[in-house]
Design a protein around this ligand. Structure first.
Ligand code: GLN
Length: 498
């Protein structure tokens, strides 16, 4: 396919913008053209906002002219003109936000999420809203009420989920960067499957105001980008205290960009933990080889590999699917067909209207989660399920804290396999097991990043790095080294215009 200006990274685009070699309008046009050419086959987007994006680009171009004229380049915000895609569970004022659910199919939010306001104030241009598993519940985008997104590396395969549309949009060059949410791996798994860089920040690092809730003690908003530096630039814009989210952290936002600029040379003396439980049998051999080869290169570059153990992680899938479903059952109680969202017709009392609206509006997986969660929270079961899960969650968090006393970060594959075929995993339990390497970060609140470390049979393999609370700079540093170590094996997906 012909040259795409969006093949350039966010930091290169900024340079070109300041030198007058590209305009915000060019970038937005490139994104929209690419979406038009490819999205029929990929299905990354639910809504494309061509008009809104063009209007925003004109505004940014006026800012660029002014910044260049006054010689004050710093006045130009860090994401000026950069086309971004937002997962469709992030509210955008005046732009439909569905969470990929029939129940919100025609919901147009009256306000934008804080993260959207922050990105827009930094000059980013929203080109559209991307597909996800319904209410972010899933690992493939197959539970979207609208369509399944296809993996740009192989259209027969899933892009991962739940932020599959966001990762596919970036991988296919339809946006320079994207935003996803990660409750149990939903930024990192699709990043691994699509060959993008995806970060789940520390819990509370990024405001959740205006983000449709799934599991409130686990939900994080995170960036998806084409490379580590761009991911760091995005986080720098997105992070920070928000008075509208009482859980958001007052911890100052450091300069992430600097950490992301170091490569293999930055690794001297960094202690990288290798948890035995994350390298146990069960990883597809190609994934294991690719991840271990990368680890070996990090060691050669001066990192010290340290054996660590996370003895309670074997319970993490069970704990996660109790906590996440319990919180979901409570969060989703608000969709009653009365205040907003789909309302079933023809019922003659409130109770049956609510029941019918929820039956028609929620898909099968969401209904399953609500049932599981309500069961775990019910009076007779609370102690045996939810309360016990919370206790084991504490043990998992302590395992992670203990491991991080011996090392600066620890690693794992992001997923045990590369992207699998659409329709291949049908059993819900087998689907839940996809999250085995990712959910511990959400249960403990710590940050984790997925960075591509090579290809296996033409499909990207994700390398995951976990760090301590607010340890994102370490993650960027190690991820940048992984990126450099695997530069020879990574490339972009080959896509033909359909
Ligand atoms: N696959 C996990 C789930 O279905 C994670 C989803 C997420 O992170 N939003 O709950």
């Amino acid at each position: 396919m012909s040259e795409n200006v969006l093949d350039l990274s966010v930091h290169e685009l900024r340079r070109k913008l300041l030198q007058g070699q590209v305009t915000a309008a060019d970038m937005v046009d490139a994104a929209l053209k690419r979406i038009e050419a490819l999205d029929g086959a990929i299905g990354a987007f639910i809504t494309v906002d061509a008009e809104g994006a063009r209007v925003a680009a004109e505004k940014v171009d006026r800012m660029v002219t002014e910044a260049v004229r006054s010689g004050d380049e710093k006045a130009l915000p860090p994401l000026a003109g950069i086309p971004v895609a937002l997962k469709d569970n992030i509210c955008t004022r005046g732009l439909r936000t569905t969470a990929s659910s029939r129940i919100l199919e025609s919901f147009v939010p009256p306000y934008s999420a804080t993260v959207v306001e922050k990105l827009q104030s930094a000059g980013a241009i929203v080109v559209g809203k991307t597909n996800l598993d319904e209410f972010a519940m899933g690992s493939t985008t197959e539970s979207s009420a609208f369509h399944t997104t296809r993996n740009p590396w192989d259209l027969e395969r899933v892009p991962g989920g739940s932020s599959g549309g966001s990762a596919a949009a970036v991988a296919a060059g339809m946006a320079s960067a994207a935003v996803g949410t990660d409750t149990g791996g939903s930024v990192r798994l699709p990043s691994a499957f699509c060959g993008t860089v995806g970060l789940k920040p520390t819990y509370a690092r990024v405001s959740r105001y205006g983000v449709i809730s799934y599991g409130s003690s686990l939900d994080c908003v995170g960036p998806i980008a084409g490379n580590v530096l761009d991911c760091a630039i995005m986080l720098g814009v997105m992070a920070g205290l928000d008075p509208r989210d009482a859980t958001s952290s007052p911890e100052p936002v450091p300069d992430y960009v600097e950490s992301a600029r170091s490569g293999l040379d930055g690794l001297q003396g960094v202690r990288i933990g290798v948890p035995a439980e994350f390298f146990a049998p069960g990883i597809a051999s190609g994934v294991r080889e690719t991840v271990e080869r990368t680890l070996h290169r990090l060691e050669e570059a001066g990192a010290e590999l340290v054996d660590v153990s996370l003895p309670h992680v074997e319970y993490s899938v069970a704990v996660y699917y109790l906590v996440a479903t319990a919180e979901a059952s409570s969060n989703l109680a608000r969709y009653d067909g009365v205040r907003y969202g789909l309302r079933a017709e023809g019922k003659d009392d409130v109770g049956s209207t609510i029941a019918a609206s929820r039956t028609e509006g929620f898909g099968q997986e969401v209904q399953r989660r609500i049932l599981l969660g309500s069961h775990a929270l019910s009076a007779g079961n609370y102690a045996a399920y939810f309360d016990k899960a919370m206790r084991v969650r504490t043990l998992i968090r302590r395992d992670i804290e203990a491991a991080l006393e011996k090392c600066d970060c620890f690693v794992s594959p992001t997923s045990s396999t590369t992207a699998f075929k659409i329709g291949e995993v049908r059993d819900p339990l087998a689907m839940y097991l996809q999250d085995i390497y990712t959910i511990v970060a959400n249960l403990a609140g710590v940050p984790a990043i997925s960075v591509p470390c090579g290809l296996h049979q033409g499909l990207p393999v994700g390398f995951q790095v976990f760090g301590p609370m607010f340890g994102e700079p370490t993650l960027f540093r190690v991820a940048a080294a992984v990126e450099q170590a695997s530069a020879g094996e990574m490339r972009r997906p080959k896509l033909e215009v359909m």
